[in-house]
Design a protein around this ligand. Structure first.
Ligand code: ARG
Length: 457
């Protein structure tokens, strides 16, 4: 077919300019949406008497055949056709002949590209949400397999307090649920049909945009033709939500990388997710976790690309907007791949309970528990804090342990101490005594399990 706009031009465009400006190598991902949008649009044109109904039917049948070919991977994109729209238009012309020339009535590539991009985002973000749920289930199962394990938790990467490993895992599940929420928010806001806004001002033809909205299943029709063709907020919002999620992935992976070091030795990442070193035969490197951490930079970069791309663009359509596609597609595709990898990672991750137990021996883990023991006996927080600080320092200085202190020795630190304080110095007791809502106690974790099982199954 050549270009949509050939007749106005005297000569042919420079081949280098073509190469520079053609988008078919990446916007081919939108081909099916272009057909779906075309079918609804043609039907509306027919119903409104703008084109003959017979032509509308031919167009719909032709686009359906092309759509089937696209789905089965048989459709051949022509690299000499500028973009996805001209590829579909040409294929339709070949398929149904002259009737194809009526399809582009009362629409423009400016509204069409927004339609295609919105349909792509709606489908892919919904798929991403399902994949997040799969990952959450994989983490939940992992947590349930190891529900008894107590481990150190860290602030400043310094040992802080003891928690159930499952509690730590459920923190990831919470993060991922918020990621789903952000994607869902973006979905609701983008669920409006821009088609029929045409180049920027609408059409003189008696179109029925709401009919197209209904046929395509959008929640609503865009209200302003200028905004319709200029808006790319939905792409930025999508990638922004993905960027936040990639930050979560990075933090999860960082935990695993630290836990898999020989110094921590808490977990064993499966060989299928690691590589060796070309020079150091003993090495097992957590490459997949590191790459996921690294790809966060890619997604942040894509978000930044989009923000900078849009800044300063005058309304309405500008060709710059073509460049919104690679960052969106790359972000979606990478995030979906990483979701699947993380799911496998947790399915195959091994825990080393004996090694973790060695690290839970330090009595400092109980400092807050001992403080709260005193507070329950009426001591102020400040006095309790000072007392426990001295107690721990005293033991550290003398190389002793709190469990070995006699009641009399304990009372020197504070008269409210009794021998029963030593009962607190056990990992199981420490987690079990936590009472606050959302704490790490087995009761609280069991409640969280129940909640997530209900949400995710
Ligand atoms: N390839 C273009 C894009 O991605 C399609 C819209 C072109 N519109 C135009 N007026 N040149 O934005």
């Amino acid at each position: 077919m050549g270009k949509f706009w050939g007749s106005r031009f005297d000569g042919s465009t420079d081949s280098l300019a073509d190469e520079f400006s053609f988008s078919i190598s990446y916007d081919c991902r939108l081909a099916l949406y272009d057909c779906i949008g075309g079918i609804a649009h043609a039907r509306m044109l027919g119903e409104c008497g703008i084109i003959p109904k017979s032509d509308a039917k031919k167009i719909a049948a032709g686009l359906k055949r092309i759509g089937k070919k696209i789905e089965s991977g048989q459709f051949k994109f022509d690299p000499r056709e500028e973009d996805v729209h001209s590829n579909i238009q040409s294929a339709l012309k070949k398929d149904i002949g002259a009737a194809a020339d009526r399809l582009h009535t009362a629409r423009s590539r400016n509204d069409l590209i927004v339609l295609d991009m919105k349909l792509y985002c709606l489908v892919e973000l919904n798929l991403t949400i399902e994949m997040i749920s799969d990952l959450q289930r994989s983490i939940l199962e992992f947590a349930k397999r190891h529900r008894e394990i107590i481990m150190p938790a860290y602030t400043h990467l310094q040992s802080a307090q003891l928690v159930l490993l499952a509690h730590h895992m459920l923190a990831y599940v919470e993060m991922l649920e918020r990621d789903k929420g952000r994607l869902k928010d973006a979905i609701v806001r983008m669920d409006t049909n821009p088609l029929g806004s045409c180049a920027l001002s609408g059409s003189t033809l008696p179109t029925d945009r709401k009919m197209v909205t209904e046929l395509l299943g959008f929640l609503a029709t865009t209200n302003n033709s200028i905004d319709s063709v200029s808006d790319r907020d939905f792409i930025i919002e999508s990638v922004s939500a993905l960027a936040m999620m990639s930050m979560h992935f990075s933090r999860m992976c960082e935990d695993l990388i630290v836990w898999a070091t020989s110094e921590f030795n808490f977990v064993d990442i499966d060989w299928s997710m690691c590589t060796g070193s070309s020079i150091m035969p003993h090495k097992k490197n957590p490459d997949i976790c590191e790459l996921i951490r690294g790809e966060t930079g890619t997604i942040y970069g894509n978000l930044n690309k989009l923000l900078v791309l849009l800044k300063g663009l005058p309304l309405t359509y500008n060709r710059d907007l073509q460049l919104d596609k690679p960052p969106l597609f790359e972000s979606v595709e990478k995030m979906q791949l990483m979701l699947q990898l993380l799911e496998k990672l947790f399915q195959t991750l091994k825990v080393k309970p004996d090694q973790i137990a060695i690290q839970t021996g330090n009595e400092s883990f109980y400092s807050v528990d001992i403080m709260e023991y005193l507070i329950q006996k009426g001591v102020t927080y400040r006095e309790a804090h000072d007392t426990v600080g001295k107690l721990i320092k005293g033991c550290l200085d003398q190389g002793g342990r709190i469990v070995d202190l006699t009641e009399a020795q304990l009372k020197k630190y504070h008269p409210k101490f009794a021998a029963d304080v030593k009962k607190l110095l056990k990992p199981e007791i420490s987690v079990k005594r936590k009472k606050s809502y959302g704490s790490t106690s087995p009761t609280s974790v069991a409640r969280q399990f129940k909640y997530w099982e209900k949400i995710l199954n």
